[in-house]
Design a binder for this molecule. Sequence first.
Ligand code: 6PG
Length: 230
Amino acid sequence: MYQLNEYAQREELDLALANKVAEILTNSVALKGRASIAVSGGSTPKGFFKALSQKDLPWSEITVTLADERWVGIESDASNTRLVHENLLQNKAVNAKFFHLKQGEELTADTLDDLNLAAASSLLPLDVLILGMGEDGHTASLFPCSDEIDQALSATAKPLLKVVPKTAPHDRITFSFAHLKTSKNVFLHISGASKQTVLKQALKESNIREMPIRAFLNDPEINTNVYWAE
Ligand code: 6PG
């Protein structure tokens, strides 16, 4: 299921989302002594990252990671890790911990095993998940065009897997739907008229394999908070 929050301006959305996420992270640290958040890359979240980085939070108890990463070096413009370091892990958030998905040169089975072990023991379930959405209805790196889509959507998937999209650049590492789904608070951050059209299309039908974002919008066990601004 989902809830739609609409904003007239992107800046207004960024602040509202940063306030909401800051409140959840503060409460999680107060309750458990630590908190975790997975964010998405792409062009949408920069303003939100900047707004969240200004928040006075117990950042040293908070672990930040990515819902998915492109398998590129941190010096690349396409690196989500770089985007997060340059925009979120700044200001008051410099002391946050970061769980790296891109480790080493090659994404081998051993690398995945190590990451899966570390994620399961120290990171999951996430307190906060911020998703983005592509024009094809992908979210995280759950790409409808990839050979791995059934595996990525399967209930028995491991936390992390490799995905090779056919219509987007770069090999990816992504959290699987089964493990993203366990997040305690799920947000979908989108902006612009074309994303609104994609959202409407996603809500019209139910085939998850065709538009993986539907897995989050339709599942009765998930309350996806959609934040949209023109
Ligand atoms: C990535 C993402 C991906 C992204 C959407 C939306 O690394 O590509 O995590 O899922 O959130 O593609 O991207 P835009 O914000 O650029 O539209």
